[in-house]
Design a binder for this molecule. Structure first.
Ligand SMILES: Nc1ncnc2c1ncn2[C@@H]1O[C@H](COP(=O)(O)OP(=O)(O)OP(=O)(O)O)[C@@H](O)[C@H]1O
Ligand SMILES: Nc1nc2c(ncn2[C@@H]2O[C@H](COP(=O)(O)O)[C@@H](O)[C@H]2O)c(=O)[nH]1
Length: 207
C-alpha cells in the first residue's frame, strides 16, 4: 500500500498555526491530526486527548526512555512529543496526518522521514503583529509571553529549510493556502504513479 503523507506545520508561537489547521481540517475529509503529549498545564477550554495528552514530567520522561516519541523537544520551557506508534501506524495505512509542532521538532521529523514529509512554515506579517496576537490571546503570563517572542527569532531564522511558506496575514487566505498545499502534494506525480502501480499511460496510444 502507498504510504500516507506527513504534513508538518510549524512556526512561532501565536502565529496562528492551530487556527489555520483546525479550519482547514473542518473543510477537508480524510486528514488525521496528530495529538501531541505535553507537560504543559491545560489552558481553559483545552481538553485532554483532543488538544493534547497532558502528562506529568515523570510520565513524559518514562515515554522518552521507552523510545515512544518520533520526536520530542523542550519548547518555551515545557516538554512536547509526537507519538511514534501513532505516526508509523497511520502513515503505513496511507493516511494523511497533520502535525502542529515547533521548528526543532519539524527539522527532526524531516531528517527521519524526508520522503513522506511536507514541511510548512507559518510566518507572521511582522514581529509586532506576532506580539499583538500573543497579547490578545491572553493565555500566557508576561514572562512566558516574552520567552515565546524571544524564541520566535531563532524559529524565523529557519524558514529556508521549509518546503512551503504561508505568511498569515488574512486568516481565510492562509486556510486556503494550506488546503492548496495539502491537495497539491497528494497529486504529485511520484505519489500518484506509486499509487497506480503497474498502470501504464502508454496503453492508450497502443489501443
Ligand atoms: N490572520 C490572523 N489575523 C489575526 N489574528 C489571528 C490570525 N490568525 C490567528 N489569529 C489569532 O492569533 C492568536 C494565536 O493563534 P493560534 O493560537 O492559532 O496560534 P498558534 O500558532 O497555534 O500558537 P501556539 O504555537 O502558541 O499554539 C489567536 O488568538 C488567533 O485567534
Ligand atoms: N517539537 C514539538 N513541538 C510541539 C509538539 N506539540 C506542540 N508543539 C509546539 O509547541 C509550541 C507551543 O505550543 P502551545 O500549545 O503550548 O502554545 C507550538 O509551537 C507547538 O507547535 C510536539 O509534539 N513536538
Amino acid at each position: 500500500m502507498t504510504k500516507g503523507i506527513l504534513y508538518v506545520v510549524s512556526g512561532p508561537s501565536g502565529v496562528g498555526k492551530s487556527s489555520i489547521i483546525k479550519e482547514a481540517m473542518k473543510r477537508l475529509k480524510g486528514f488525521t491530526f496528530s495529538i501531541s503529549y505535553t507537560t504543559r498545564k491545560p489552558r481553559p477550554g483545552e481538553v485532554n486527548g483532543k488538544d493534547y495528552f497532558f502528562v506529568d514530567e515523570k510520565t513524559f520522561d518514562e515515554m522518552v526512555k521507552n523510545n515512544e516519541f518520533l520526536e520530542y523537544a523542550e519548547v518555551h520551557g515545557h516538554k512536547y512529543g509526537t507519538s511514534k506508534s501513532f505516526i508509523k501506524e497511520k502513515i503505513n495505512e496511507g493516511f494523511s496526518i497533520v502535525l502542529d509542532i515547533d521548528v526543532q521538532g519539524a527539522l527532526n521529523v524531516v531528517k527521519q522521514m524526508r520522503k513522506e514529509t511536507v514541511l510548512i512554515f507559518i510566518a507572521p506579517p511582522s514581529y509586532s503583529e506576532l506580539k499583538k496576537r500573543l497579547l490578545n490571546r491572553g493565555t500566557e503570563k508576561m514572562e512566558d509571553l516574552k520567552r515565546r517572542l524571544e524564541d520566535a527569532k531563532w524559529e524565523l531564522s529557519k524558514i529556508n529549510e521549509f518546503d512551503y511558506l504561508i505568511v498569515n496575514e488574512d486568516l481565510n487566505e492562509s486556510i486556503n493556502q494550506l488546503i492548496s498545499i495539502f491537495i497539491a502534494e497528494q497529486i504529485k506525480t511520484e505519489r500518484v504513479t506509486e499509487h497506480l502501480g503497474n498502470y501504464s499511460f502508454f496503453k492508450f496510444e497502443e489501443e
